[in-house]
Design a protein around this ligand. Sequence first.
Ligand code: GRF
Length: 223
Amino acid sequence: MILLSGAGSNCAAILAAQAQFKSFKVCAVLSDTVTAGGLEFARAARIPTYSLPGPTQHIRETALLHYIEQLKPDLIVLAGYMRILSSNITQHLTQNCLNIHPSLLPHYPGLKTHQRVLASNHQQHGCSVHFINESLDAGPLIAQASLPLQRPITATQLAQQVKALEHLLYPKIIHWCATQRIRLKAQTVYFDHQPVPATGLQFTLDTMIKKCSKSIDSFKSLI
Ligand code: GRF
């Protein structure tokens, strides 16, 4: 089950990867925004879509819990879901809910990550995939993919580069969760039964390409 609020490029990448990996099937795409572009990708792929409307967090989350009860997803994937989940929900989902964040956590949780890294002297940027917990962007890290920050670059250009990394990393992590290579036990992430370091599995541009069997040229054309 995917939850989103916006353009849905990660949702599109995950839907496309279903055919490549054949280890998971997206059962539904839910959005709190009826106009979210991501819903179009789901409809085009004939995946059921549901909205989580409502003026209050309580109403939206009651609807969310209802869909979770009904659909019983093995994994809930936050892909640009722009609402902060209440602890009522996070307590319920900590074992099987993933989030992707556009920074190398713990650096830059929250919004405007690209602007903030550009204003710093960091030489690397990227994205992180983690299990959720009750704190925003602070759950156990599964993996990070990084790129060198090649200044001068605008925040928009950097966001595009990071999204290209996200589109490779997120489907792969979902595949590894679906095939039980990634597991969470007592707040520790395991990969092939080995504990993952607190910073998550580390990928660079080149290792992502190899892991995802995409040609370096097709990837580099994106950045
Ligand atoms: C991504 O940058 C993701 O890291 C963040 O929200 C953005 C969603 O983008 N959580 P999209 O809607 O998948 O294009």
